[in-house]
Design a protein around this ligand. Structure first.
Ligand code: BG6
Length: 479
């Protein structure tokens, strides 16, 4: 249907993925093990993300490891990119597996076979006129850095990351203009394992350890921005936030203030450091009240101040509803975020509340505060799909979800927000981050692969494939 909305010329329509969730080939061509390689599939993964003291080992007798094979993008990228091109993608957001480039993470010299793989991928994208948008670190830290250094607990990792990022910028300077440093960096406040590569000692030390790890990432991110700008003139280097606007449960001022503080701590500490180049004023009190003492070394704050990001990339899946006094009975759980149940919203089969207007709110909030271009680099519906007898997949629920969210982006554009693009999450079915399931599908392209590891890996277009193709070809005027 006609949308009556006008998306900007050159809007970057496309899809998004992460290396560990689709490449497979986990031990090919010199790749080292990484975080995703030790995460089992199924409910246990969700538990691991919450527990303390996870050992980061593979136990093949007990568990399956779905990321090891992924959907075998490593060998099938040509076919997959051709399908993206058929949908008309202008951009493809992907990540680089750090441990393909530096198998242990602390080497000086990179692994040529790993670098060559991404050359092939970028060349293939450019052949089809698709702009790569690259996340440097997306939940796939080399295992050696986790085990030997304690992940981002260690300051030493800053130097390894800087070397890794610099290696990428030098190698791909003519192929990649759009970059992001750390995926969903603020997610660490909830689940340090994924972003920071360590499992906190206990609940008590979690905030202290997470914010210290984040501080190391802030410095590392700024050093990467510095290097990127020097090596690739005209490059656009962004941060990447998981963004969920925080609503107060009701109009009780205590709840409203609580929601505001949650928003500040969860959304704006990371945003402010990346974009404004400084810790926000409220951070001081929050750190003090929570016994967080950051080890900030000389020069850190200067680097952060001088090398701020060019844009904000963010994922949007849900809003959060907060009450000051928590009541377990209406606690709702998403993959990273949780809070009280919002009576005005429906949820997905995984309990993620669906809130398209929240995306317009997010875009307005972020633009009001930061005035830098915004890029919606993840959004989508994880759902069970059914292959009909005739082989078709009628995913109208996904079309509805995406249509409503894209419409709200259009509204935000009309509000005056500068939005660079939209890359739908999991444009091809891939391994779920939070559960390791294949059955939690996001794609326009179905992949014949199942939770028990069976399947031919054959690709099939879903109904949403044709729909998205039309959205892109009309630049959003048909939704
Ligand atoms: C985001 C992550 O939080 O959500 C992705 O950046 C992830 O890696 C996506 O896949 C969807 O989450 P899930 O758990 O449904 O795969």
């Amino acid at each position: 249907a006609k949308s009556n909305l006008q998306f900007p010329d050159g809007f970057l329509w496309g899809g998004a993925t992460a290396a560990n969730q689709l490449e497979g080939a986990y031990d090919k061509d010199g790749k080292g093990l990484n975080l995703a390689d030790v995460l089992p599939g199924g409910k246990v993964r969700t538990q691991i993300m919450k527990d303390h003291g996870f050992a980061f080992e593979i136990d093949a007798d007990k568990y399956r490891y779905p990321n090891h094979e992924g959907i075998d993008f490593y060998h099938r990228y040509k076919e997959d990119i051709a399908l993206f091109a058929e949908m008309g993608f202008k951009a493809y957001r992907m990540s680089i597996a750090w441990s393909r480039i530096f198998p242990r993470g602390d080497e000086q010299e990179p692994n040529e076979a790993g670098l060559a793989f991404y050359d092939r991928v970028f060349d293939e994208l450019h052949k089809h006129g698709i702009e790569p948008v690259v996340t440097i670190s997306h939940y796939e830290m080399p295992l050696h850095l986790i085990k030997e250094y304690g992940g981002w607990r260690s300051r030493e990792v800053i130097g390894f990351f800087e070397n890794y990022a610099t290696t990428l910028f030098k190698r791909y300077k003519d192929k990649v203009k759009y970059w992001m440093t750390f995926n969903e960096i603020n997610g660490a406040v909830f689940h340090p394992i994924m972003g920071l590569g360590f499992s906190p000692k206990d609940e008590e030390s979690k905030l202290q350890e997470s914010f210290q790890g984040l501080h190391h990432q802030f410095v590392a991110s700024s050093l990467a921005v510095k290097a990127g700008h020097e090596i690739i003139p005209g490059s656009q280097i962004g941060c990447m936030l998981i963004y969920a606007p925080v609503y107060s449960y009701d109009c009780n001022p205590d709840n409203i203030f609580h929601a505001l503080r949650e928003e500040q701590v969860f959304n704006y500490i990371c945003g402010d450091v990346h974009v404004r180049g400084e810790y926000p004023v409220f951070a001081k009190r929050f750190f003090k009240e929570n016994h967080i003492k950051l080890d900030i070394r000389e020069g850190d704050l200067d680097v952060i101040k001088e090398h701020t990001v060019d844009y904000i990339g963010f994922s949007y899946y849900m809003s959060r509803t907060e009450k000051k006094i928590k009541d377990e009975s209406d606690f709702i759980e998403g993959n990273i975020l949780n809070g009280a149940k919002n009576p005005f919203l429906k949820a997905s089969d995984w309990g993620w509340e669906i809130d398209p207007v929240g995306l317009r709110i997010s875009l307005n909030q972020l633009y009001d505060r930061y005035r830098v271009p915004l890029f919606v680099v993840e959004n989508g519906l994880g759902a069970y799909d059914k292959v009909e007898e005739d082989g078709s997949i009628q995913d109208d629920y996904r079309i509805d979800y995406l249509r409503e969210h894209i419409r709200e982006i259009g509204e935000a554009v009309e509000d005056g927000v500068d939005v660079m693009g939209y890359t739908a999450w999991g444009c091809i079915d891939l391994v779920s981050m939070s559960t390791g399931q294949m059955s939690k599908r996001y794609g326009f392209i179905y992949v014949d692969k199942h939770d028990d590891g069976t399947g031919t890996l054959e690709r099939k277009k879903k109904k949403s494939f044709d729909w998205y193709q039309q959205v892109i070809s009309t630049n959003g005027s048909e939704l």
